[in-house]
Design a protein around this ligand. Structure first.
Ligand code: NAP
Length: 491
């Protein structure tokens, strides 16, 4: 129970990487936190994504909390289950678990202007409960709601259909005829793993993807021991990875020439793995590298060159009981169809059904056009904070850096509000259009908008509403040094 007439100081929705970081920071500042998690375990992305081959394509020593570096990463790029184990460790070490209520799905949250607090209604099985809190943090992530393609007749298909994000770990593909739709970052990881065991694997490609070598390798025990003894060395390694990744941001937004050299590496990588010129041509993208996320892999092209793997580039026409028919008239018999078709970046924000000042709905606001201030605050939603909200995702390095900066901002806003004796903090409505105009201006010449592709980075109008169009360093500087004039502190 909080001390200020509400059930909790802070309610955090979601117990993934960002919800856990938020809880740790708020608890350290003496705030009482309730975390509502709809699943039965923490972990978010790393709990849900259990498909064969799942791993992170950001190096382990950067893809971890800055306050809890891990000397024991087994590989340069950690597999998904090792990241989940890391999160489980952090949760125990920082005493987060007792503050989490599992199996709770937020149905609705509304701002109670009379009492200056949030009311949050959530379901636990058949019952609906409501709690009150001063502050509400949505840590639901933008890559949470799987997108399934519309395929005529798919309901007739007698085999199994599974999205990468809902893969059930017990699934065996041994000897099965498997189809994968998609060639994005998830597909690049799952395809090599499935190809090892499936009797045949058909990859339905709509758009080829640029792939860079991952150069993944085991981290020797001697290195882990050295990091354990000398954490400064581990920090130096983290800083080195971070600096190398940051240069890519310039290529994406300002200097596309920088991507030229990198795309030559990607072409050489493709050439070295695929000797068949026809297959190579089918796998060569016609858009500028970086327009979509650039997956890293040491075995994707090698898998496509296997005898049991076929690349299908004719568009999908429809499905029937036995498999997929493509527009060239071919029938592809399948036992299992894997949808590596990505996520809806806005749906998870809408699903929380949040209503702010004047009963304005966040869902409606985002339907009309996504906006926010640094992906954290939204006009007319006092004491509401998003983590990794609009324009806070990245295509070039670890999003955890962005999320930690946002957590720091939230803690500073709460502290300043309390120092002023105010009960409400909200971004000033006039600040946000100028910020969104800056995002638009800086994205205009970016490879995401000019690169000749369409991706989940862009909304229906072709505007970038997901990525930060700059370096992490700039984001951190701006976000962690808030201008108080940008915010209203009222009672
Ligand atoms: P994605 O990048 O959105 O890729 C979806 C793929 O499915 C694309 O190849 C797309 O083709 C294809 N597709 C979608 N609908 C289709 C349809 N109706 N017919 C045929 N093909 C269709 O999704 P993702 O690979 O899951 O990755 C999403 C994001 O998750 C990434 O950008 C990244 O941020 C994150 N991620 C990160 C990691 C990591 O290691 N850190 C790993 C996986 C994912 P088109 O290209 O033609 O649209």
């Amino acid at each position: 129970m909080s001390t200020s007439g509400v059930d909790h100081d802070l309610v955090v929705v979601g117990a993934g990487f960002s919800g856990i970081a938020m809880t740790i920071a708020a608890r350290a500042a003496g705030r009482d936190v309730l975390v509502l998690e709809k699943a039965d375990e923490i972990g978010g992305t790393w709990r849900d994504n259990r498909y064969p081959g799942v791993a992170c394509d950001v190096e382990s020593h950067l893809y971890s909390y800055s306050f809890e570096l891990n000397p024991d990463w087994s590989r340069a790029y950690a597999p998904g289950d090792e990241i989940q184990d890391y999160l489980l460790y952090v949760v125990e070490k920082y005493g987060v678990r007792p503050h989490v209520r599992f199996g709770t799905t937020v149905q609705q949250a509304w701002w109670d202007a009379d009492h200056q607090r949030w009311e949050v209604a959530f379901g636990t099985g058949n019952t609906l409960e409501t709690v009150t809190c001063r502050d509400l943090v949505l840590a639901v992530g933008s890559l949470h709601t799987p997108v399934a393609p519309h395929i005529d007749g798919l309901e007739l298909f007698a085999g199994e259909v599974m999205h990468t994000a809902t893969w059930s770990p017990g699934t065996s593909v041994l000897g099965k005829r498997v189809g994968v739709i998609g060639t994005g970052a998830s597909a690049v990881q799952v395809i090599p793993a499935l190809a090892e065991e499936a009797s045949t694997l058909t990859v339905f490609q709509r758009t080829p993807t640029w792939v860079l070598p991952k150069n993944d390798h085991e981290i020797p025990e001697s290195t882990s021991e050295r990091y354990e003894r000398h954490p400064a060395l581990m920090k130096a390694q983290r800083a080195k990875i971070r600096a190398a990744n940051e240069t890519r941001a310039l290529g994406f937004t300002k200097q596309p020439a920088l991507l030229k050299a990198v795309s030559l590496r990607a072409r050489a990588h493709l050439r070295s793995a695929i000797s068949d010129p026809q297959l190579r041509a089918a796998l060569t993208p016609d858009y500028t590298m970086g327009c979509k996320r650039i997956p890293l892999s040491d075995n994707y092209f090698q898998a496509l060159a296997r005898r049991n793997v076929r690349l299908q580039t004719a568009p999908i026409a429809y499905a029937d009981e036995a498999g997929i028919v493509t527009q060239d008239g071919s029938h592809h018999g399948l036992d299992l169809l894997v949808l590596a078709t990505g996520f809806d970046p806005v749906q998870s924000w809408k699903d929380t059904n949040v209503y702010g000042l004047g009963h304005a709905s966040l869902s409606q606001r985002f339907e009309d056009g996504v906006d926010s201030y640094y992906g954290v605050t939204v006009p007319d939603f006092p004491n509401l904070f998003l983590l990794l909200g609009p324009n806070a995702e990245l295509g070039h390095t670890s999003v955890l850096l962005m999320m930690e900066a946002q957590v720091e901002l939230i803690m500073k806003l709460l502290a300043e509000r309390d120092r002023r004796g105010a009960s409400m903090v909200a971004v000033r409505p006039q600040v946000v259009p100028a910020f969104m105009a800056e995002i638009d201006r800086r994205s205009e010449r970016s490879v995401w908008q000019q690169g000749g592709c369409h991706s989940w980075y862009l909304d229906a109008h072709g505007a970038n509403r997901t990525l930060w169009p700059g370096t992490v360093g700039e984001f951190e500087r701006r976000v962690t040094n808030p201008e108080w004039v940008d915010y209203e502190f009222t009672s």
